[in-house]
Write a protein that binds this ligand. Structure first.
Ligand code: GRF
Length: 208
């Protein structure tokens, strides 16, 4: 069993997709040990509670320095024996110390086809606004490993989604979640939990 810890900041629909996929057997050999939020009132923590999963808040605001925040995070991750960290709508920059300690064991979901519409400032609705402003006909979502950069780590899975002419950032965000994010995030966890993913020359290979 792969011990998964999910980091969240908001509603947690991606967390829910993962919980459901574990419950219905689409994801095997993985267990969510805890959900960590930087916001006390994140609805994702409610979702965790409803499923009997520990939900805790570790906010950078509660620590004097980034160093202390990083240490608190590392302590919690080790308490839960984390083997895979899933960033599911986590809006805090993960401290370098944590990235180094868990190299190759942190994944993130981003709501565009990387390398388009990603990097600093591209989060939430900004991503979909950018897609609409550029007039893209296709967008999607990407699951990737996390390295020290913003959205720069090796890509694990991507799924394309059609952009409609009458889309707003909100309608596009919803379609990208429903058609892409909620599928590829659990799929990536399943592949990792079943040892089907490895990195070679900074590129992800998936064992069929
Ligand atoms: C998703 O769009 C995800 O791609 C992005 O943040 C959003 C989180 O949504 N990183 P939720 O909290 O999972 O509902």
């Amino acid at each position: 069993m792969l011990n998964v810890v999910v980091l969240v900041s908001g509603g947690g629909t991606n967390l829910q997709a993962l919980i459901d996929s574990i419950d219905n057997g689409n994801v095997t050999n993985a267990v969510i040990k805890a959900v960590i939020s930087n916001k006390k009132d994140a609805y994702a923590l409610e979702r965790a509670k409803k499923h009997g999963i520990d939900g805790i808040c570790i906010s950078p605001k509660d620590y004097k320095s980034r160093e202390e925040f990083a240490d608190a995070m590392l302590l919690a991750l080790s308490d839960y024996d984390a083997e895979l960290i899933v960033l599911a709508g986590y809006l805090v920059i993960v401290p370098e110390k944590v990235i180094k300690e868990y190299a190759g064991r942190i994944i993130n979901i981003h709501p565009s086809l990387i390398p388009s519409h990603c990097g600093d400032g591209y989060y939430g609705l900004h991503v979909h606004e950018s897609v609409l402003n550029r007039g893209n006909k296709v967008t999607g979502a990407t699951v990737h490993f996390v390295d020290e950069g913003t959205d720069t780590g090796p890509i694990i899975l991507q799924k394309a989604v059609e952009v409609m002419e009458d889309d707003t950032p909100q309608t596009l965000q919803k379609r990208v979640m429903e058609q892409a994010e909620w599928h590829i995030l659990p799929k990536a966890v399943d592949l990792i939990a079943n040892n089907k993913v490895y990195i070679e020359n900074n590129l992800v290979k998936i064992i069929k």
